[in-house]
Design a protein around this ligand. Structure first.
Ligand SMILES: Cc1ncc(COP(=O)(O)O)c(C=O)c1O
Length: 467
């Protein structure tokens, strides 16, 4: 563990408060409390600027898959910076890491998904997927196929278009969306499914939601369906068995492209490099990925296209016509070097195997939290988990919003040296994929204590009564 560097916490806190606009800021508390300064890291741990150590239960933000402060990764990045830190990949120029990583991703991705477009984040990967889906249908002489079907509680990013794809109502507050482009169908959330229907019936209903929406919009107007294999920020919603395979079939029936957003589920979180095929047994037309592709060391994303799409879009539109899409940092050599090293480490250390081995242990240990009367559901898969907190586990009624249940639990955890993510009434866990059984035990013990402490607070404040 690196030594405490004795940062000037007070000065950093002030500079941050005065000048840094954070993503997803609650200004009502930010202006009083400011930010926790995270300054150092190792393995599954981070340290704040005062030297206090935390188990990082969220892997940064679902992304530090190989763990923190990996020396080999640091060396690979430094080495690439020394060789060539940047060159444009416009106009038929490449760099060794960009070319090698594209070939490696093509090898790892399922079936004919072999053509890679690079970006620097998940939102950009999804924007790219949509632009290309539209371009593809334009090239096929089907310019009306423009509408996109997404899902309530799906999260796809925060650029203008990616936020329009996002179906989390809370995230739309006060901002605008691209009008008329995106249409939402309900989330396949088994915990909130109507009583007295089987999982199979529920699955059928959710698949029909997609088919009915395509028919309502008119198949000739629908370009694509975008879905996360397991919804992440929308509440770690694991769909009923067969859902993805069946929605894939519906897409194929109506010539609608299936975009699988693997920004979280990719790169080992579910025990495989890509989960669409390996876990859910279907092949999308496009896979988008980011986060774990470089374990968050350097920003990188990829939009991976099927051969069929590539064949259509790789023909000049007119004599001299170009494919006019791209970013200054598409195929950034340092990002790609980090991506290559990340895959090398994951393969050599069999990190996917570790997740397949230890993931069920994490699921089991977390399920012991169900003994607490405010824990309604513990769900997820492998290293992608969530706790749903409720007022009453029978009725599944929620606590009042002002209880800020997710944040309270997260604060109790933080005081005890564990970082978990609050999302409304949920607490999300997405640890580094190298986390050991004993670290999991510590994490779960802290969660037990923190949930008990939260229940005591709520009772004392009259916001909740033990039933
Ligand atoms: C499933 C999914 N897609 C896309 C994104 C957007 O990625 P980024 O924040 O890198 O733009 C996220 C971010 O959390 C995500 O969870």
């Amino acid at each position: 563990m690196p030594p405490n560097k004795y940062y000037d916490t007070e000065a950093l806190w002030r500079q941050d408060l005065d000048h840094f606009i954070h993503p997803w800021t609650d200004f009502s508390t930010f202006k009083e409390e400011g930010s926790l300064v995270i300054a150092e890291s190792e393995g599954s741990y981070v340290l704040d600027s005062e030297g206090k150590k935390y188990i990082d239960g969220i892997g940064g933000l679902w992304c530090v898959n190989i763990g923190y402060a990996n020396q080999e990764m640091a060396d690979a990045i430094a080495e690439q910076v020394r060789r060539i830190a940047y060159y444009s990949t416009f106009n038929h120029i490449t760099t060794p890491p960009a070319a090698e990583l594209a070939a490696k991703l093509a090898e790892l991705a399922p079936d004919t998904l072999r053509h890679i477009f690079y970006g620097t984040g998940g939102s950009m990967a999804n924007d790219t997927a949509i632009r290309i889906a539209h371009y593809y249908f334009n090239r096929l002489g089907k310019p009306n196929k423009k509408k996109i079907i997404s899902r309530v509680d799906g999260y796809h990013g925060s650029t203008y278009l990616a936020m329009t794809l996002t179906g989390v109502e809370f995230d739309h507050q006060g901002f605008d969306l691209a009008p008329d482009l995106v249409h939402y169908i309900p989330a396949p959330n088994p915990y909130r499914r109507p009583q007295n229907i089987t999982m199979d019936e529920f699955c059928h209903e959710k698949v029909m939601d997609l088919e009915n929406k395509i028919l309502e919009l008119g198949p000739d107007n629908v370009a694509c369906f975008i879905a996360e294999p397991i919804m992440g920020a929308g509440g770690v919603i694991v769909p009923p068995p067969g859902y993805h395979k069946k929605t894939r079939d519906v897409c194929s029936k109506y010539d609608v492209l299936y975009i699988s957003d693997e920004v979280v589920t990719g790169f080992g979180r579910l025990g495989h490099f890509f989960s669409s095929k390996s876990v859910f047994d279907f092949t999308p037309d496009i896979i988008t990925c980011a986060k774990g592709i470089s374990s968050g060391y350097i920003p990188l994303s990829a939009t991976i296209l099927s051969e069929a799409i590539y064949d259509v879009i790789s023909v000049p539109q007119t004599e001299g016509g170009m494919f006019t899409h791209g970013f200054t940092y598409s195929g950034h050599p340092v990002s790609c070097a980090a991506g290559l090293k990340n895959i090398e480490i994951m393969e050599r250390e069999d990190i996917c195997g570790h997740v397949r081995d230890v993931g069920p242990y994490l699921e089991n240990q977390l399920s012991t939290l169900l003994e607490h009367p405010i824990v309604g559901d513990v769900r997820g898969s492998h290293f992608m988990m969530c706790i749903e907190n409720v007022a009453d586990t029978e009725t599944k009624a929620l606590l009042p919003e002002e209880a800020e249940i997710g944040t309270r639990i997260a604060n109790h955890c933080q005081a005890r040296g564990l970082i978990v993510r609050p999302i409304a009434h949920l607490n999300v866990l997405s640890p580094p994929l190298i986390m050991t059984r004993s670290e999991i035990d510590t994490m779960v013990a802290v969660l037990h204590e923190s949930i008990r402490a939260t229940q005591d607070d709520l009772s004392r404040e009259g916001m909740w009564k033990r039933v």
